[in-house]
Design a protein around this ligand. Structure first.
Ligand code: M6R
Length: 620
């Protein structure tokens, strides 16, 4: 959601900002805009609804000469207040046109602020909450206690704003400075040679520098050609947290693939291997920034997993593993529901918050609620230093690398692997598994990347199936045990990419209602358990398939290699390598990702940027 880039340096700010916005496109947006300081007291602004291409055309039409300057900022907006039209696109300006603001997040007290501005005779030109900040900063700069002090004016306004926000502000009277502020929403500083950046995500400046500084909560940064200065909202000196980005430009590019998503599907073996690396040492499972002691893990009497979307599906897999290995009750809850139903939490509750972005507002609020209730929170996250891990007691990073495609793929597999690590760490601390059993489970996990690589060898067959079913009206997905979350994930991928009606069901539920949906030629994807490990379930699923086949459905069956019993019931059979029961989602999910991507492509959709969706959802 909303991408932000700010720049002061020696290059064309317009080029840097547009390049940065391109790299942030994955976050999802519906309009874009730029502002450039020309160094002579001029502040040129252009904004346009729709894709970045529309903005670029507009810049060509008005002439890019007006945007010559080496300080500026840009924004991609995901509409919250007001529709995605030109006048609501960022940057927003004050009445004089000297102050420009771009913003990510929501200013919750904006109605009060807007009323105050209107009462003072200021006419607002947009429906947004952001515009109020532009006017307030201009007023503060003109007549506040720190009049004429640009950063101090921004700080004064930040102290009045409620909600989560990142603001980046330019002032025509200060052509060599960009000021940015952060509360809860993401903001990082890029540190180059005689050039500095601010952005929602390091991807925006990775082609210029890998040196970055993560800003803390309620901090303001001023960047100029000479450096950067961090203060808190009161103006006291503060420090960000410097870090070096451990991936480079190539990781943020398509590398010969038509889409990022296809590249990311291919990267899954490495994502898994990197997530597992270093977590078994000296015969023990070790987690990352583990600020929970073994005693803390022994004290746990209940686990809640909170997450959204795909991350939630990974949490459903975690339930099977943790309950089985640790004999601990596990509840998996949609983060958006969690805090509104007054869950029973105390200091012996472990809340596992899963989020690839670490920015998801629903999950963040669930974490805050859990901590208020004294529960301990362990975050599983793919983004270094994001807000959710910052606010958690402990963090386990997935090392899937940047995921640009809006649909989660490699982060899903990495989350499942991280969940298993948490399960094994709990089992180890609580003694529900002997050390040699933990070592054996970890060794099985370590074999998973090779198994996923093998599945990737079958994508041509899956794509062919996708082509055959691309024009279907709906698709059902069925699974049992850990195959059930896989079915849910397969349906979610198809919905978000191909805009098709897709539903995942626990296969046992079929006869309790969904079987009424079965009709002639309806494609039904079935995730089969192994005929060995869960023989009873296998037999039950075979019966379920025969019931749906008898009613005319077309079955697409994902089954273990050599599963002859299911063959007669499969109109299409996709074979996956044999895996230990709990680990099967790591291989069974992959064909479903490929299937959804292919169906979406056949229907002519951009699989990296599905409509209406954002990569990180920073509003509740
Ligand atoms: O960044 P998060 O993992 O917290 O995101 C959660 C969901 O928004 C995300 O998984 C979403 O469902 C994906 N688009 C699914 O592909």
């Amino acid at each position: 959601m909303c991408g932000i880039v700010g720049y002061v340096g020696h290059r064309s700010a317009l080029d840097v900002v547009i390049g940065g916005l391109r790299r942030l496109e994955y976050r999802g947006y519906d309009s874009a805009g730029v502002a450039v300081l020309d160094g002579d007291g001029g502040l040129a602004v252009e904004r346009k609804a729709g894709r970045l291409g529309n903005l670029e055309q507009q810049l060509d039409a008005v002439g890019r000469d007006a945007f010559a300057g080496s300080a500026g900022m840009g924004h991609t907006r995901w509409a919250t207040h007001g529709p995605p039209v030109d006048r609501n696109s960022h940057p927003h300006r004050d009445t004089s046109g000297k102050v420009a603001v771009v913003h990510n997040g929501i200013i919750e007290n904006f109605a009060t602020l807007r009323a105050e501005l209107e009462a003072a005779g200021i006419e607002l030109a947009s429906d947004t909450d952001t515009e109020t900040a532009a006017h307030l900063i201009a007023l503060e700069y003109a007549e506040g206690p720190t009049a004429g002090d640009f950063p101090a004016s921004v700080r004064a306004v930040c102290r009045r704003l409620e909600g989560a926000f990142t603001l980046v502000v330019a002032h025509a009277d200060h052509p060599d400075v960009i000021v940015a502020a952060r509360r809860s929403s993401p903001l990082v500083v890029g540190v180059g040679e005689g050039e500095y950046f601010v952005a929602s995500d390091v991807a925006a400046f990775i082609e210029h520098t890998r040196e970055a500084v993560e800003l803390g909560q309620d901090q303001v940064v001023e960047i100029s050609r000479d450096g950067y200065r961090v203060t808190d909202f009161a103006g006291e000196p503060a420090e960000g947290k410097p870090f070096t980005v451990n991936w480079d430009l190539s990781a943020a590019e398509k590398g010969g693939h038509d889409y990022f998503m296809l590249k990311e599907i291919d990267e899954q073996p490495e994502a898994l291997a990197n997530t597992l690396r270093g977590h078994f040492s000296g015969g023990r499972i070790v987690l990352d920034e583990q600020r929970l002691t073994d005693q803390d893990l022994r004290d746990v009497d209940k686990v809640f997993v909170v997450a959204c979307g795909t991350a939630y599906h990974s949490g459903l897999v975690a339930k099977y593993a943790i309950e089985h290995w640790c004999r601990l009750p596990v509840e998996v809850e949609l983060a958006s529901e969690f805090r509104y139903r007054d869950p029973v939490l105390d200091r012996d509750t472990l809340v596992v918050a899963i989020s690839q972005s670490g920015e998801t507002a629903d999950t963040l609020e669930a974490v805050r609620h859990a901590r208020e209730q004294k529960a301990r929170v362990l975050a599983i996250c793919n983004t270094n230093g994001a807000q959710i891990p910052r606010e958690s007691d402990a963090v386990l990073y997935t090392h899937a690398g940047p995921e640009i495609g809006v649909a989660a793929t490699k982060t899903f597999l990495a989350q499942i692997a991280a969940n298993y690590l948490v399960g094994l760490a709990l089992a180890q601390a609580r003694g529900t598994k002997y050390p040699d059993e933990v070592a054996r489970e970890f060794a099985e996990l370590e074999a998973a990347p090779a198994a996923v690589r093998k599945v990737l060898g079958t994508v041509d067959q899956v794509r062919e199936i996708g082509r055959r079913f691309a024009q279907s009206k709906a698709v059902l997905f069925l699974g049992r045990h850990v195959g059930y979350p896989v079915a849910l994930e397969g349906a979610l991928k198809l919905k978000e990419l191909a805009y098709m009606h897709a539903e995942g069901f626990a296969a046992g539920e079929l006869k309790h209602g969904p079987i009424a949906l079965i009709e002639q030629d309806l494609p039904v994807v079935v995730v089969m358990p192994s005929p060995k490990g869960r023989g009873v379930l296998h037999a039950k699923l075979v019966s379920n398939i025969s019931e749906i086949q008898a009613r005319g459905a077309r079955t697409i069956v994902i089954a273990e290699e050599g599963d002859e019993a299911v063959r007669p019931f499969a109109d299409e059979l996709i074979e996956i390598p044999a895996m230990p029961t709990l680990l099967q989602p790591l291989v069974a999910t992959v064909p479903l990702q490929v299937l959804a991507a292919e169906i979406a492509r056949q229907r002519g959709f951009d699989i990296d940027k599905p409509r209406n969706l954002a990569k990180s959802v920073t509003v509740e």
